[in-house]
Design a protein around this ligand. Structure first.
Ligand code: AMP
Ligand code: MG
Length: 498
């Protein structure tokens, strides 16, 4: 990866430096966005543009909707669609960017490399039966939730802009079309490796592994075993990522291997949502009938996805097959213990624990079991826990009196905190950094998306987006976002027909 900054384009500050496009044929195809009839301005993320070293004030002009639908290309952009495959609900399928186009890679002032991708800009060679388009509602959802995840401190792709196409898209109903501009450390997926593995192209696998190591794990790129180094690095990143999802109650919804980023960023916000009441079997996606991607199943399915990654890498893990299987197995077997450590670290933080005791996992699990049994609100229960207040004041089922099970748990927790000996303000500080006040509550998200996409009323969307920028702050948190949904609110269903 070259680390010298190319000159910035004087108009907008882009520093294009395509590296993926330089990989051999078979990795991508040159493609142009399909112009739309009436580009209109939707959203622009100024703070993100500034952090990327772009000329935010020049970009943030309604007249520039043309660039963010793909009607006009930024000077220096050489768009491509990327090839990949993926296990979708367990079945390997040949895919590729069917409705996404990579405009290029931009180097920020710190020489960090970012993919700049349009999502929804029209047909590509990989569109299969699709239309290459996206509807406004789902693109707003991705914008909102990805920015919320970022503010929560969770690795994620970012959203730079949403532009409207002025054209309808046809799903179960006719919807306004839109294009999202996504910013990612890369769009390399587990499925990218699966493509070349399925094709039996070992040279391409080597090229890709070397590329991924140099791009995301340069400190591991020059060792003697690049395949193993990459596998280990991705196992570590995925473990850390999913532990963070579990910390905030995030359900991705479609963790197919084509949606698992090698960088360790949360990728592809489709039928995703956050837990209200704690229930590990929660599924929001209307197509996930088996609960494959249920909240509590995310660690297990991540382990399954990593096994697919290891399989794809087998030809480059060791010189001989037996050796390769040994490397793959050792690495995969490390996942459960590693995840347990990451998960425990996250949940110890939620309970204000900075030391480690053997009984901690049990303490956490008992609280979760009580929350499950009482249908306690996940976010609010953790946020309201206080070791210095009477347990009655902390239970989250605001109406119900705490039962003996909770009182007993609370006593054990406060004893555990006493043994740790950390001053109360520091305990509370740790807790407030691990337990958000505000999450993108499903009913609020839906109301904001409906207002914007059905009634052109953007006020609720902007209010929600603003509130989600400071998720750990108690002051100013709108009640509607820190409270569970009103009784009788039907459980949110999100659709994959995005
Ligand atoms: P997703 O479920 O969004 O991760 O998409 C899975 C695959 O289907 C990817 O290869 C997408 O590019 C492709 N895809 C999804 N929607 C469309 C569409 N409307 N047109 C073409 N391809 C699509
Ligand atoms: Mg996808």
């Amino acid at each position: 990866m070259p680390s010298e900054l190319p000159p910035a384009d004087p108009a907008f500050g882009w520093r294009w430096d395509p590296s993926y496009a330089r990989l051999p044929e078979g990795f991508h195809r040159r493609v142009a966005p399909t112009p739309v009839s009436a580009p209109r301005w939707g959203l622009f993320n100024r703070p993100l543009a500034e952090s990327l070293g772009l000329r935010a004030e020049s970009l943030d002009q309604p007249g520039h909707a043309e660039y963010f639908t793909g009607n006009r290309l930024f000077a220096g952009s050489e768009p491509i669609a990327q090839a990949y495959a993926g296990h979708q609900f367990g079945n390997l399928t040949r895919l590729g960017d069917g409705r996404a186009i990579l405009l290029g890679e931009h180097l920020d002032p710190a020489t960090r490399r970012w993919d700049i991708q349009l999502k929804g800009p029209g047909l590509t060679p990989y569109s299969r039966g699709g239309d290459g388009r996206a509807a406004l509602g789902p693109m707003l959802r991705e914008y909102l939730i990805s920015e919320a995840m970022h503010a929560l401190g969770i690795p994620t792709t970012r959203s730079l802009a949403v532009a409207l196409t002025g054209e309808p898209v046809f799903r179960e109903e006719t919807l306004p079309g839109a294009v999202l501009t996504r910013v990612a450390a890369s769009h390399l997926r587990v499925g990218t490796f699966e493509l070349f593995s399925a094709l039996g192209d070992v040279q391409a696998l080597k090229t890709l592994a070397d590329y991924a190591l140099r791009r995301h794990f340069p400190e591991r790129a020059d060792g003697p075993h690049p395949g193993k180094a990459l596998l280990e690095a991705v196992v570590e990143r995925q473990s850390a990522l999913v532990a963070q999802w579990m910390r905030v109650g995030f359900v991705h919804g479609v963790v197919n291997t084509d949606n698992v980023a090698v960088s360790g960023e949360t990728l592809d916000y489709g039928p995703c949502a956050f837990l209200d009441a704690y229930d590990p079997s929660t599924v929001f996606s209307s197509i996930d009938r088996q609960g494959r991607y249920a909240f509590g199943n995310q660690p297990k399915i991540t382990s399954w996805n990593l096994a697919r990654f290891a399989e794809a890498l087998l030809p480059i893990l060791a010189p001989d097959e037996a050796g390769a299987i040994e490397v793959a197995q050792a690495c995969l077997e490390s996942f459960p213990a590693r995840f347990r450590r990451d998960w425990l670290a996250a949940y110890r933080g939620k309970l204000g624990l900075v030391t480690e005791e053997d009984g901690d996992a049990g303490l956490i699990e008992e609280l979760l079991a009580w929350m499950h049994a009482t249908e306690a609100d996940f976010t609010r229960t953790f946020r309201r826990l206080r070791p210095d207040a009477a347990p009655e004041a902390t239970v989250a089922t605001d109406s119900a009196a705490p039962d003996t099970r909770f009182l007993d748990w609370h006593r054990r927790w406060t004893h555990r905190l006493e043994r740790q000996g950390l001053p109360l303000p520091r305990v509370l500080d740790a807790m407030s950094r691990h337990n958000p006040v505000i999450i993108p509550r499903n009913h609020a998200v839906q109301a904001a998306l409906d207002a914007a996409s059905q009634r052109q009323d953007w006020a609720p969307f902007h209010a929600l987006l603003t509130a989600l920028q400071t998720p750990y702050r108690e002051d100013g948190a709108p009640e509607s976002l820190s409270q569970p949904p009103p009784p009788g609110t039907p459980r949110c269903r999100t659709f994959c027909g995005t």
